[in-house]
Design a protein around this ligand. Sequence first.
Ligand code: HEC
Length: 477
Amino acid sequence: MQIFKRIWLWFDDSTGLSAALGPVMSHPVPRARKTAWFYVLGSATLIAFLIQVATGIALASGYVPSSGQAYSSLVFISGAPIGRIIRGIHYFGANAMIILIGLHTIRVYLMASYKYPRQVNWLSGVFLLLLTLLMAFTGQLLRWDQTGYWSVLIAAQQSGRVPIIGNWVGHFILAGDSVGGATLGRFYAAHVFFFPGLIFLLVGFHLYLVVRNGISEAPSIDRPVEPETYRTWYHALLAREGEAFWPYALWRDAVFGLLVILTVVGLAIAIGPPGLGKPPDPTIVQATPRPEWYFLWYYAILSLIPKWSESLVMFWGPVIFGGALVLLPLVARKGQRSPWRRPWSIAIVAIVLFMIAYYGAVGKVAPWSPRMDAPPLPASVVGTTTGPIAQGAKVFHDKGCEYCHLVSGYGGIRGPDLTYAGDTMTPAEITTRIYSGATNMPSYRGNMTPEELSSLLAFLESRHRQPIQPPAPAANQ
Ligand code: HEC
């Protein structure tokens, strides 16, 4: 024991650690009131981020960031018992981090903690929020399955709408003209090195500011913020009724943080990571992806608004929202902090939450969205298990036709129902459609072998309202 103590004393003497950290841990904070539990969300977000770092390092040591092997390396990771749990923790950890940073932002907004002197706290937080969304977005592609692939392709196509620099941005995101190996490399570098590095730096800055400016006291209607006198008043408050950060405030962070960790790990073990979609298939270029829920509402809104307004909304939506977040602490720097005196702040939060929930739900069942998870057509629908018709039914599923077209109730409803295609279209008409595509249907020219096409035609031509009777055998004469 003596030896450990001596090592510690030597280390502390050399680094000055306890002299530096001691005041931070024991610095006074406003006495806990009814709102104290709302103040744990920031530290919980940090804990979720650390979970992501730990599991991310573990995943990166098994993951192969190359277009040929990424998908199969994830299949391999998900197949191993520990790998499955780690991928699950990384998945639920990401969800937890998004939810927690969202709630933390809402808490700070509703209590107007962004007012003087904590404006830069808020601004660094806005960039942390942006970085968190970028982490979620880049992580999605690393799965290298259909959904990740299409989300990124569509995001790149969307960024092409940005005036002047749009093409350059799209090119930069994809590291080329289309999603390929170089895109994966770029997203990997961003997801594993660049964004986490920035997050570490900004979190450090954010925490430094929290200590420098002090934790905001609970808002009160009869105490609006006056920048001229605020700091003096705040220090008097701390001197009068402050209590030491550790243990009087930090224990709540510890309890809630532990709860977050247990929930994430519990869900990872009980449910496991989400299944991987099919490997990406460039033949369905225009299919709309079904991204994670925290982006789903945005994709849904973009698909529902009229076509002419798309570019406007895509560009001005994020600009206005981001601009409002940045300008908020500069414009509303003093005055009332109580949400009851700022009812519009409650209305804005309610509207944002409603949009995410409502359009997220719309996005989940939206008819414009292909059903990536449509199972292969069962034999009872196909009518046979061998020959060109059965092969054609397989092509119909594997080439993604079924994502958009219904056959006897199976498949998506983005395109017309093809249950009776044999009645309504000739093989030549169907061939033209397959080769030339349409507004919301990709062209399959160059992506389908003649054998695949002919079996597909055989299958579609066999779809009739009344099964055609085989000609009766000629009677003996
Ligand atoms: C991304 C969704 C999507 C995919 C994938 C897709 N289609 Fe389509 N398809 C559509 C849409 C939308 C239309 C309607 C186009 C129009 O009329 O402008 C359509 C039209 C058609 C039509 C004409 C139907 C009619 O009644 O006019 C046929 C036939 C067809 N598709 C066959 C296929 C086949 C075969 C495949 C697979 C090789 C396929 N589609 C893949 C969306 C899709």
